[in-house]
Design a protein around this ligand. Structure first.
Ligand code: HEC
Length: 183
């Protein structure tokens, strides 16, 4: 092989190496995170409950049932009656938000009762989230409302009644006008 021929061959090899290198770099840049979810997993994580009650599942519960569940699953951290222990108080606040030392208990702070359901279902109990049934979450939600003086002890909470409960601090937040997903 003559020198010019060699040079052409070397250039060709370089080009081929660059091309395959570019392909490899592209593959490396792809995030390669996660994996496709199957239908069952999508259902399990489809948890969002909107302020207007959309997303609430079938089921029901009242504060009498919720009190027992709260003692069992929540009181170790949140104290008897939700009055606070190692974790924050959820009920029994007296200082309004306008006070220099406000109590941000559910009754004084949370704008929507439906959010209690959403939060408890997705995050509680802290060491075993996702283990409570819809009935249990309705009952615990009813108990937290009852403990905050916003509900009778035997009032039933379900997908119809929970969104109707108007929280005292309903208008205390500034809306951000985020569009809701289509129904
Ligand atoms: C192992 C301790 C632990 C247990 C058990 C537990 N929580 Fe909590 N909880 C916490 C801690 C710590 C926080 C504050 C940090 C956070 O928001 O995650 C919290 C926060 C909360 C809040 C939000 C308070 C607020 O206004 O920001 C609610 C509501 C709540 N818990 C309800 C419950 C309910 C209902 C149960 C039982 C089903 C429960 N928790 C069980 C530790 C616990």
């Amino acid at each position: 092989m003559s020198m010019p021929e060699l040079r052409v061959l070397a250039a060709g090899l370089l080009l081929a190496a660059w091309a395959s290198g570019a392909g490899a770099a592209e593959a490396l840049q792809a995030p390669r995170l996660g994996r496709p979810l199957d239908a069952q997993e999508v259902t399990r994580w489809d948890l969002s409950v909107f302020p207007d009650g959309r997303g609430l599942p079938a089921g029901r519960g009242n504060a009498v049932e919720g009190a027992a569940l709260f003692r069992q699953h929540c009181a170790a951290c949140h104290g008897a009656g939700g009055r606070g222990a190692s974790a924050e108080e959820l009920a029994g606040g007296t200082e309004p938000l306008t006070s220099p030392t406000p109590d941000k208990t559910i009754g004084l702070y949370w704008p929507y009762a439906t959010t209690i359901f959403d939060f408890v279902r997705r995050a509680k109990p802290m060491t075993a989230p996702g283990t409570l049934s819809a009935d249990e979450v309705y009952a615990i939600t009813a108990y937290l409302l009852y403990a905050n003086g916003l509900l009778g002890e035997t009032d039933e909470m379900d997908a119809r009644t929970l969104p109707k409960l108007r929280m005292p601090n309903r208008d205390g937040f500034i809306g951000i006008d985020a569009p809701l997903p289509p129904r």
